[in-house]
Design a binder for this molecule. Structure first.
Ligand code: PLP
Length: 487
């Protein structure tokens, strides 16, 4: 109820001559309590006074409706304080990602390594050499902080960084192909969750799309036939979130690079996730590396910072120095550039790649990919026991094998054998509603828990559960919630 309605009711009550029967503390009396003094310390006098007034107005209104309205100064103060705390709690909160998708775009993708966290903290609390060259005492380039690392990790001549991979593709196309034609295979005209559709980005970049081949098969001659005087570049896009299987053909980077070279055109490859090391060395499926694409002859390669790489949101572009120079001269680069915090996080993350042997212990993303079913099984048992004790009367709770995904469009067909907990309603009827209510109750926990519903069960994959104590400690709230919802 708004304060205005509460006031209106209060005056109504006064005119009916019953106001004197409700004894409420004065605003001043409430403000003298300990809780109110704490609230004033945290939220300021005017916000606290407003919250106290609102609470007292509600008490009067309740009393006028015939409900109990009485309120002590202490209770009014602590309720007003709780209200202020709630309003001040951040909108972006931590959650438990039990979806089974490690790099979940909606849940913020990669978690940063300790080294990256420390670098961000340092960069935000003091002036830095963001664009300052200490040797020469002159203005420097912000991308210089990662240029050397990216060159040595990918074998490319040069590198630059922007806001995300979508921005990287936009900058490359706008710089090299504005008003001209870009040749792409029909099988690679991707849409990545939300609003990244390659044809739309092309249009925004001012390019015309020349689609070649068919959905399942594109040959070298298809590219060759499409090249004309209007062609600005050839583009290859990693089909990151789907796979075309069966009777298929696509042209490898090396052959495309040769063709592009014969026509004096650059070959641009959007690797999507892109990875700096061969994941096969850790027993994962092979994902094309950036160094491989450069070695095969791509003139520019774009990829994301917060997918498999495990860093902050960023778009990385590596390749020929003359082309990178053109990108840096495009005014759009300024609009798309990285801020100092993410640049610090990126530099620290890339630094970890210089010692690949220790990456699994230092890079959270890789550590999560590599958790084995044997490591996860006891965790799933603990989660199962915790959940069974609070919702076991209403749900069958079982620890089960399941499959996690890398996510964010990387290796869409590769799954990581995992362990999870499956919850299935005991009642035969209204199962869909029961599952929905349970999922909603989990989302209302102090640290919300996000799972996935599949085959009439709620699945909680424990691969990304990093703080089981905290998870288990909040489960009793679920029993209270559940009892309320069932009633
Ligand atoms: C994920 C992806 C993008 C978009 O990258 P963002 O970093 O999310 O902007 C572009 N192209 C491909 C192939 C991708 O997989």
């Amino acid at each position: 109820m708004s304060v205005a309605t509460a006031r209106a009711r209060r005056s109504g009550a006064a005119s009916a001559g019953v106001a004197g029967a409700l004894r409420l503390p004065s605003v001043d009396a409430v403000l003298r309590t300990g809780a109110a003094r704490t609230a004033i310390e945290r939220f300021g006098r005017s916000a606290t006074t407003g919250a106290v007034r609102e609470r007292l107005d509600e008490a009067r209104a309740a009393w006028q409706r015939g409900e109990a309205g009485a309120l002590s100064a202490e209770v009014a103060a602590s309720e007003a304080q709780a209200r202020l705390e709630l309003a001040a709690s951040p909108s972006q909160r931590r959650v438990f990602n039990l979806t089974g998708t490690v790099l979940h775009t909606n849940l913020g993708r990669a978690l940063l390594a300790e080294a990256a966290l420390a670098a961000v903290q340092a960069a935000m609390s003091a002036p830095t050499t963001l664009e300052f060259d200490l040797d020469r005492g002159q203005r420097g380039e912000r991308d210089d902080h990662v240029r050397g690392l990216l060159r040595s990790l990918t074998g490319a001549e040069d590198a630059c960084v922007v806001n995300n991979n979508a921005a990287a593709v936009l900058l490359v196309l706008n710089t090299l192909a504005k008003g001209r034609q870009v040749v792409v295979s029909r099988g690679e005209l991707i849409e990545i969750g939300g609003a990244f559709r390659l044809p739309d980005i092309m249009a925004r970049a001012g390019c015309r799309l020349a689609e070649v081949g068919t959905t399942n098969r594109t040959h070298l001659r298809d590219y060759g036939e499409a090249i004309s005087a209007r062609t600005a570049l050839l583009m290859k896009v990693h089909t990151s979130n789907y796979a075309i299987v069966g009777f298929t053909a696509s042209v490898p980077t090396r052959q495309l690079a040769t063709l592009a070279g014969e026509h004096g055109l650059p070959l641009v490859e959007d690797l999507g996730s892109g990875t700096l090391i061969d994941l096969a060395q850790f027993g994962l499926a092979h994902e094309p590396t950036v160094a491989e694409a450069i070695e095969a002859g791509a003139d520019l390669v774009t990829f994301s910072g917060d997918k498999i790489l495990g860093g902050p949101q960023a778009g990385l572009i590596v390749g020929r120095a003359d082309l990178i120079r053109k990108l840096n001269r495009n005014p759009l680069k300024r609009a798309l550039r990285l801020d100092k915090l993410r640049l610090a996080a990126l530099e620290a993350t890339l630094g970890l790649y210089l010692d690949p042997d220790r990456l699994p212990e230092r890079l959270p993303t890789l550590r999560l990919f590599l958790r084995s079913p044997d490591e996860l099984a006891p965790l799933a048992e603990r989660v199962k026991a915790g959940l069974a004790s609070v919702v076991g009367d209403r749900f069958e709770v079982a620890a089960v094998p399941c499959d996690s995904q890398i996510g964010s469009g990387a290796l869409p067909l590769a799954s990581l054998p995992s362990r999870g907990v499956a919850l299935k309603p005991r009642a035969r009827r209204g199962q869909g509603r029961a599952l929905g209510a349970l999922a909603a109750a989990l989302r209302r926990l102090p640290v919300p828990v996000i799972g996935r519903t599949e085959d009439g069960r709620l699945m909680l994959d424990v691969r990304c559960l990093d703080d089981p104590e905290r998870f288990l400690a909040q489960l009793p709230e679920l029993a209270r919630e559940g009892a309320g919802a069932a009633a």
